[in-house]
Design a protein around this ligand. Structure first.
Ligand SMILES: [Zn+2]
Length: 456
């Protein structure tokens, strides 16, 4: 396969730049801006100029103040900010459904790691990430945090689809096709950082796979690397009861406590899962301003347990949402995660007032953006922020009648009702069809991997 260079993708984005959208008025039946919390604005327009939101106004006022901008009639739609999938392994879509109904240790050791050793190449990552980005963007996801190998190819696939990406520079003690040891992982990761860190739709995190799969020395190196390269920290955190038990045995403390001791926690830290956290861990996460990415479907499917989301939120911890990889979910569907998170929190606490619809929406948008260090620029329909906007059809049997649009979004509607998506003011989904990637090509190339993954 031809190696990917930033120039190749720049050509794709230049095509969009050559046909700039001066602006538009997205006239929604309802706008749920996320900020201020709980607001539902009927008959409002989101005014977009270039890549930013200029205003959110009643429809008539928007027409009066911005007559030069074209209007997009979305009067039977609900407008929300783009969804943020704060933890995934995009390329693993090619393993979707190939190893189901197994415990995490068996799933990883018997199925996923051997399959990765056999198959994961730059071509695999390019094909898998392309499929993942298409699935996500069609479902209203405008940014995702990824953790996988060969990030050059993943970045190229994301930018071709027009979706934002937080690239996890992964490292672990296990050798892979991609790298032979932790130094090799880091060296390769930082080469990718050098090529792409100036791109406006790409951000980077240091991504130690998990506290149990990195050495104490490399954990100590996290703060220095993060400040030198302006990186967040993205890791798997307290996913299973067994790993917490083992870590206490081996290190005399939990993974959260070890990260705190290494100086790795803080407002640029986001840990995926957080299923098995005790009161002390939760307090440490709250005190350090760290984020947790709740991945309820993956935790349920792998039998890992249910994260203490009500306790985390009560302690003031920022909680975003993630799908995890398609091999353990099997959907890259933030709507499913929103709904599952809300239902699980109620079921497990016995309190139906926990995690109401507006809070679930916030987790899927602004809280995810904050976890990824982008809360100032993304995650809400606020003037001055980037114009990442999703339109959801409210004219649907699945949602009718709509008394409360936030409730409809979380409990009744889903990604099937997402019709239009803009990222930085550029339309990437129109009438339910991706405008950036040829869907048939992506599907055909995904299907070509099936016999190879199955070992035919
Ligand atoms: Zn994961």
């Amino acid at each position: 396969m031809t190696p990917v260079h930033p120039h190749d993708v720049a050509a794709v984005t230049d095509t969009a730049a050559a046909n700039p959208t001066p602006g538009m008025r997205l006239e929604g039946g309802w706008v749920i801006p996320i900020e201020p919390a709980g607001a539902v604005l009927a008959d409002h327009a989101v005014v977009v100029q270039a890549d930013r939101i200029a205003a959110v106004l009643p429809r008539e006022q928007a027409a009066e103040h911005y007559p030069e901008l074209s209007a997009v009639d979305l009067s039977d739609h609900i407008l929300i900010p783009g969804l943020v999938n704060a933890h995934t392994h995009a390329a693993m879509t090619l393993f979707r459904g190939c190893a189901d109904d197994l415990a995490l240790a068996d799933w990883l050791q018997q199925r996923i790691w051997p399959a990765e050793a056999r198959l994961v190449t730059p071509e695999f990552v390019a094909g898998g990430t392309r499929l993942a980005c298409l699935e996500m963007v069609r479902g209203g996801v405008t940014m995702f945090a990824d953790m996988y190998f060969y990030p050059d190819e993943a970045i190229a696939a994301a930018l071709s689809a027009g979706i934002r990406m937080n690239v996890g520079l992964v490292y672990l003690t296990v050798p892979t096709n991609y790298a032979k040891d932790q130094d090799d992982y880091l060296r390769k990761g930082l080469q990718v950082w050098r090529r792409w860190h100036d791109h406006p739709q790409v951000r980077f995190s240091l991504a130690p796979h998990a506290t149990y799969s990195t050495t104490p020395e490399s954990m100590q190196a996290i703060p220095g690397l993060c400040s030198e390269y302006d990186l967040g920290v993205h890791t798997h955190l307290h996913e299973t009861a067994q790993e917490v038990t083992d870590e206490k045995r081996d290190f005399g403390m939990t993974g959260v406590a070890r990260l705190q001791q290494a100086g790795a926690l803080g407002d640029r830290f986001f840990g995926a899962h957080g299923v098995h956290l005790d009161a002390e861990d939760i307090q440490i996460l709250a005190d350090t301003g760290s984020s947790v990415v709740h991945c309820p479907s993956s935790n349920l499917k792998l039998g890992s347990g249910v994260a203490p989301i009500a306790e985390l939120l009560a302690a003031g911890v920022n909680v975003g949402l993630g799908t995890d990889g398609a091999a353990s979910n099997n959907r890259l569907d933030l709507w499913q995660e929103m709904r599952t998170a809300a239902l699980l929190a109620k079921g497990i606490t016995g309190d139906p007032t926990v995690l109401p619809a507006h809070q679930a929406l916030r987790m899927a948008t602004l809280a995810g953006a904050q976890a990824l260090g982008r809360g100032d620029d993304l995650g809400s329909l606020t003037p001055g922020k980037q114009a990442d906007v999703v339109a959801v059809s409210a004219n649907s049997l699945a949602g009718a009648p709509i008394y409360d649009p936030a409730s409809a979004l979380v409990y009744a509607l889903g990604r099937e009702q997402v019709t239009h998506v803009w990222v930085a003011g550029r339309q990437v989904v129109a009438e339910g069809v991706c405008t950036t990637v040829n869907e048939h090509d992506a599907l055909n190339s995904a299907n070509e991997w099936l016999p190879k993954v199955r070992g035919d």
